[in-house]
Design a protein around this ligand. Structure first.
Ligand SMILES: NC(=O)c1ccc[n+]([C@@H]2O[C@H](COP(=O)([O-])OP(=O)(O)OC[C@H]3O[C@@H](n4cnc5c(N)ncnc54)[C@H](OP(=O)(O)O)[C@@H]3O)[C@@H](O)[C@H]2O)c1
Length: 313
């Protein structure tokens, strides 16, 4: 694992994503697998843990609270809440602290923008919590440039968490350049394109009914054939390189300026072990360039739907 210094923490450049262990959106998930995955991941080198109130309505945070105590001081823990009035944000932060049994959160995000809430009071409360040391950095996720500009009138954004991968490059158009110009650190989610960039899905894969991936853009009938073809082409590069596709996909994202860390979800100890090793073998510039070319082609077939979920709160 590679690390990057942030304050007094060494933040792992691959972060452990905990959406799946919330248990409500990715099909069947057992708590024992989730706990074992977290323990294994932390033991082997993840220091960046990404969670949210929304992951299992607090369940992911509760599981984190069961396993982190002896690691807390070296962990960089990020959590999130939906955009809501300031007093509710304060309550949400307190509940997250309680569930995780900690007394500060390293990075706290607004999970999604909202057309119904004014951003200035939201940012003001986050800045107040930061001054009090209850949170140590302020983040937003999935915000457009316009929404970030609105927020920044009331205070600085430290981090923007966004979907970004070889299969989702729309943020290159304006969001990533804006973050770079304004010195906003970026952290990427769905870096493995929800598992697609491990190369494990056969063409006719069928998801469990309770798995939200059934409805993400990548698996739409007019998109999936192109995605599947691109992944097959990428795998030819990986075979030549002797590095896994997941590893190349994460390294491709991490080479971009401003990207501090790339999140990868893991639902069991095996995935945690594999993901903690994603940076062990370094990719050559030529392999990364070939991946970019394949990505350039497939992006012509991936609709600019705002986000991969077609979710517009
Ligand atoms: N801010 C936001 O709005 C937002 C949105 C999405 C995600 N996130 C954060 O980002 C994290 C990562 O994103 P993500 O979970 O959407 O997608 P991801 O990391 O691209 O994909 C995670 C899924 O891929 C599969 N996978 C992961 N590692 C694997 C391995 N080594 N071998 C085989 N399969 C593997 C697993 O699913 P299966 O085993 O079921 O295939 C896993 O649940 C989330 O957990 C969450 O913390 C934030």
């Amino acid at each position: 694992m590679d690390y990057i210094r942030w304050g007094d923490k060494e933040v792992s450049r691959v972060g452990f994503g905990t959406w799946v262990i919330g248990g409500n959106d990715w099909g069947l998930q057992s708590d024992s697998d989730s706990i074992d995955a977290l323990r294994e991941g932390m033991k082997l080198g993840f220091t960046h843990i990404d969670t949210a109130q929304a992951y299992g309505h607090g369940h992911a945070e509760e599981l984190i609270g069961k396993v982190i105590s002896k690691h807390r001081e070296k962990l960089f823990i990020a959590s999130k809440t939906v955009c809501r009035p300031p007093h509710k944000i304060e309550q949400a932060v307190q509940l997250s602290l309680k569930r995780m049994k900690i007394d500060y959160i390293d990075l706290y995000y607004i999970h999604w923008p909202s057309s119904r809430i004014e951003y200035a009071p939201v940012m003001e409360i986050l800045q107040k919590l930061k001054r009090q040391g209850i949170i140590r950095a302020v983040g937003v996720c999935n915000f457009s440039v316009g929404q970030m500009i609105d927020c920044m009138r009331a205070g600085p954004i430290d981090v923007h968490q966004l979907c970004y991968s070889l299969l989702w490059r729309w943020p290159e158009r304006d969001v990533l350049p804006y973050c770079k110009e304004n010195r906003i650190i970026t952290i990427t989610y769905s870096t493995l394109a929800q598992g697609i960039l491990t190369g494990k899905f056969p063409y006719d894969f069928v998801f469990d009914k309770a798995d939200h991936r059934r409805s993400t853009v990548f698996f739409e009938p007019d998109v999936w054939p192109h995605v599947y073809h691109a992944v097959s082409e990428m795998q030819k590069v990986t075979q030549h390189e002797g590095v896994s596709l997941a590893s190349l996909a994460v390294q491709w994202v991490l080479q971009k300026e401003t990207v501090l860390s790339a999140l990868a979800g893991a639902r069991n100890p095996l995935q945690a072990r594999q993901n903690v090793s994603l940076l062990d073998s370094k990719a050559s510039d030529s392999a990364l360039k070939q991946l970019t070319e394949i990505s350039d082609d497939v992006m012509k077939h991936i609709p600019d739907s705002g986000n991969i979920f077609r979710y517009y709160p």
